[in-house]
Design a binder for this molecule. Structure first.
Ligand code: SAH
Length: 225
């Protein structure tokens, strides 16, 4: 899996990708993550990436030519490539969308800024994706979110396959189970007896109940399906 991120702030996410699971996956050669400065794909003296919106209105818009040129230059021929635009107007990122993206060889993520990108960029975009119903100042955090969610599902990236399979949303539209670790007692807070019982069948039943309970409390909308 190769992830290419197009942004006007190529250094912004560098640190983020240098920790934990993503770092290990990069070092093991399972994933490759590249940052690309949009400014490198301009062809004017001022290396201008944005301009005022046609029709008036506040703010600036990222220009179409550098974005399309960047996508064309970065796209690997003969590979399964998915071009993704981060956008508050996009389809919502879910675990199943992330799973679909994990089947591609290369993801090209476009980070908008200011008022967004010139709509004609859509001519090279396969999926317009939002990470939630709120507005960020730029697509970088959304690109990091998409990258992390997708890479977790690339085989070998998360050491223990089981831990991905038992995550929230993985098999069904249910939230994950509550987890505990030592000590068995902290102040008056105890680890549920069943988890200390060693009875795997009872533990599985308890976890199923907890997962349903949590989903009912926090995300009743998921149970409708
Ligand atoms: N005018 C736009 C908002 C622009 S915010 C609108 O009304 O929808 C600037 C950039 O931040 C966007 O181009 C997009 O790349 C990113 N962004 C903002 N909110 C986002 C969200 N919820 N999900 C993904 N990207 C988002």
């Amino acid at each position: 899996m190769r992830v290419d991120i197009i942004t006007i702030f190529p250094d912004m996410l560098t640190g983020f990708f240098e920790y934990g699971v993503l770092k290990a996956a990069r070092e093991a050669g399972l994933i490759e993550i590249n940052m690309h400065s949009l400014r490198d794909y301009t062809d004017d003296k001022h290396r201008q990436v944005d301009d005022r919106p046609y029709g008036g209105g506040a703010g600036m818009v990222l220009k179409v030519e550098p974005l399309v040129r960047a996508v064309e230059a970065i796209s690997q021929p003969d590979k399964k490539v998915q071009v993704i635009l981060t956008s508050a107007q996009g389809k919502r990122l879910t675990q199943s969308v992330a799973k679909t993206f994990s089947s591609f060889d290369q993801l090209i993520l476009i980070c908008g800024r200011y008022e967004g990108v010139d709509e004609r960029v859509m001519s090279v975009v396969d999926a317009e994706i939002s990470i939630g119903d709120y507005v960020l100042s730029g697509g970088e955090v959304a690109a990091a979110t998409i990258t992390e969610a997708v890479c977790r599902m690339t085989p070998g990236v998360v050491g223990d396959e089981e831990s991905v399979v038992t995550d929230s949303f993985y098999q069904e539209q249910l939230l994950g189970v509550p987890q505990y670790t030592r000590p068995p007692e902290f102040r008056d807070l105890k680890v549920p007896d069943v988890l200390l019982s060693g009875n795997h069948e009872q533990i599985a039943t308890w976890r199923r109940e907890q997962s349903l309970k949590k989903t009912l409390e926090n995300r009743p909308d998921l149970l409708k399906n």
